[in-house]
Every structure is written in C-alpha cells, then in structure tokens.
Design a protein around this ligand. Structure first.
Ligand SMILES: NC(=O)c1ccc[n+]([C@@H]2O[C@H](COP(=O)([O-])OP(=O)(O)OC[C@H]3O[C@@H](n4cnc5c(N)ncnc54)[C@H](O)[C@@H]3O)[C@@H](O)[C@H]2O)c1
Length: 351
C-alpha cells in the first residue's frame, strides 16, 4: 500500500519533505498546495506528477491517504478543517499552532473526526537521543538536574530560511524552544511542574519580538533544568550543550544532532560514545515519516501525538506568562484553562 500524501506548504521545510518522501518506497506525493506561485512552480519542477494548487479544496477532490502540513504554525484552521473533513491522517510540522487553545481545538477536531494527528518532533528520533536513554540505564544512573544551552545568531534574513519568525510573537519559544522543551519531557520522562522564565531581545536583534530565553524548569520527578536558548547570541558561531547530571556521573551532548559522551563520577575524562553516521535534517525526518507510515499501516502506535504535544506547548505558554509577570509559574495554574480530555502519559508519548 502506497501512502498518497498531500503536502501543504511548499517552503523551506517542504524541500526536505519532498526528498524524504521520494526516498520512502511506501510514500508518494499526489497533491501540493501553496498560495505562492513561485513555491508551486519550484515544487512542480521537482514533483511534476503531483497536482499543484493554491487552494485547499483539492484535499477533498483528489484520492489521498494523508496530509502533511509544512505551513507556518499561525493560520492552520482551514488546513486542519479540510484534512479532518476528508478524514485524512495528518502529519503536522511543529509547533501545531502558535496558541495553545487553538492547538487544543485542532487536537479535539482530529479526535472527533477519528483522524490520527502526529507532530513532526524529529529530534526525538535522533540516535543521540535514543542512546542517552541507554547511558542513563547502563552507565551513569538517572538524571537529577541538567543544563541545556542552545546558542545561535540566527540570520533570519537568509534566503534559505523562513521569514515569518522575524515578525511573530516570541519566535524563539514557539519555533525553537518547542523542540527543546519537548526533548526535556521526552528524555526525562517527566512533566513540568514549574517554570521561571525571562524572554528578552538584545539591542542587535533582527527579530521584532524576543529571540532569547532563559528559564529554570522543574519536572515532576524532581529534575531541574537550567535553560538558555538564543536566536540572537553575540557570536555568529553556534553552540550547543546538554549536560545531564546523574546519580553516578554525567552525560554530555555537544551538538544538537550528536557528539555524545559520558563520565562516571570518578572519571578524569569524558568517554565519547560512537553514533551511526547521519545527515542532519534528513535522517531525523526519514525516521519521523517512517513512524507516521508505521502507525497508518497499523504496525505501531502513533508517536508524537497532537495530544502529547499540547503538554510541550503548555511549557511555552507557562514561560511567556512567567516572563510577563516576572514570577515562577506553576504549570497547574494553566489547568484553569480547561484541557480537552486527559493528557498522555510520558511512557506512551514518543518514539
Ligand atoms: N522540524 C524541524 O526541524 C523544522 C525545521 C524547519 C521548519 N519547521 C517547521 O515547518 C513549518 C514550515 O516552515 P518553513 O521553514 O517551511 O516556512 P516557509 O515560510 O519557508 O514555508 C511555508 C510555506 O507555507 C506556505 N503557506 C502559507 N500559508 C499557507 C496556507 N494557508 N496554505 C498552504 N500553504 C501556505 C507559504 O507560502 C510558504 O511557501 C513551520 O511549522 C516550521 O516551524 C520544522
């Protein structure tokens, strides 16, 4: 059975999806939708056999098995409605929405339509992430606190990058920290209980709203994380460190895609951990698509469900509230906003 996909949004990220779908023998693209003529022309040159349209109505008109949303997170209402009306499973790029209440409505909409909804949280699927679990289990014991730093001077004007983050509210949190917060929940197998955050924009920022975030996050299993996420650091060279301090040592991740090492408490040096070769942004997307296909074929449970994603989005909401009010926010406070059904347990949350 070939999964016939309608790709909605033909921008920067869709370039990866087109290649990843081409390389997956179980999948093909039958429809491509984007209001931009230039984007459609480019996609048509790469995938001439698919129908290209500016209009979402082709979702109801062509024979398809799934919809992949690679659009900006703001303004997906009509896309979600069209996919749900056509009863087509949805793979949506993160974040599902730029508003938690709206994301919750999408999740409810998909559930009411009986449509699987997966969010493309590619970093969960990396070997470096999966190998970290084994280090905890076999080498250094369980983590009790961590330090997560992501340092980047992101040139949002580069032709190959999307432009909407330049003008959106809280671009770092919604576009980038969402990956980091999701990884924390996933790797620590825990839910956040308190977030004390400060978002800010340095004088040299090219972003209209805050491009930098500092936060102290406490999880329900006691893990405490010092987080700093920068889209406008003072240096063009990127940096990444995720250090986990564990009962019997430390785990260090030196790159967002790899560079894993560990040390037991008394070791003088870190021991590097070998990881299989990988291509950034490609192999992780390959794994996301394979997981989506396995779920559609009934071979595996759906991973990274929309409902699970709501818990990561709530961390963004808590961080914004904390920064606005200048105080630590208990995540339970956000529960005054009614949740749509019960949250997924971390154990069933991901890959
Ligand atoms: N998982 C990852 O690692 C990763 C990496 C990059 C981007 N993303 C995500 O992918 C999504 C798209 O990002 P991008 O970089 O491709 O942005 P982009 O701006 O380059 O492309 C978005 C495209 O969507 C089109 N579009 C806008 N509204 C539309 C609509 N209503 N219907 C159809 N098309 C519409 C735009 O014309 C544009 O061509 C975002 O959610 C982003 O966060 C994820």
């Amino acid at each position: 059975m070939t999964i016939r996909i309608i790709l909605v949004g033909l921008g920067a990220r869709a370039q990866f999806w087109m290649r990843v779908i081409r390389d997956n023998p179980d999948c093909t693209i039958v429809g491509m939708i984007d209001p931009s003529e230039a984007a459609r022309e480019r996609a048509k040159a790469q995938w001439p056999e698919a129908v290209a349209s500016a209009d979402l109505s082709i979702i109801a008109q062509i024979e398809a098995d799934a919809v992949l949303l690679s659009t900006p997170p703001g303004g997906r209402e009509a896309q979600m409605e069209a996919a749900c009306r056509a009863k087509l499973p949805i793979l949506a790029e993160k974040p599902l929405a730029d508003d938690v209440a709206l994301a919750a409505r999408y999740v409810a909409m998909a559930e009411e339509a009986g449509v699987p909804l997966m969010v493309g949280l590619n970093f969960r699927f990396l070997d470096v992430t999966q190998r970290t679990f084994r280090l905890f289990a076999e080498d250094v014991g369980q983590p009790e606190f961590g330090r997560f730093t992501y340092e980047r001077w992101r040139d949002g004007r580069l032709a190959r990058l999307n432009k909407y983050p330049l003008t959106m509210d809280q671009p770092m949190l919604w576009e980038q920290s969402i990956h980091h917060f999701d990884l924390m929940r996933y790797v620590y197998r825990a839910e956040p209980v308190e977030i004390y955050a400060k978002t800010f924009n340095p004088s040299w920022s090219m972003y209209a709203d805050d491009a930098n975030v500092s936060a102290l996050i406490t999880f329900d299993n006691g893990v405490i994380v010092n987080y700093q996420g920068l889209w406008q650091s003072g240096w063009q060279e990127p940096g990444f460190t995720w250090r986990h301090d564990c009962t019997g040592g430390v785990v260090m991740q030196g790159d967002q895609f790899g560079q894993l090492s560990f040390a037991r408490h008394g070791d003088a040096q870190l021991t590097p951990v070998g990881l299989p070769p990988y291509e950034q942004w490609y192999h992780d997307a390959v794994a996301v698509l394979a997981a989506f296909v396995a779920a559609l074929k009934g071979e595996a449970e759906l991973k990274c469900s929309g409902r699970d994603h709501l818990s990561s989005l709530r961390m963004i909401e808590a961080a914004i509230l904390s920064s606005t009010e200048g105080r630590a926010v208990r995540c339970a406070e956000l529960d005054t906003v009614p949740r749509v059904g019960a949250a997924q347990t971390p154990a069933s949350a991901g890959s």
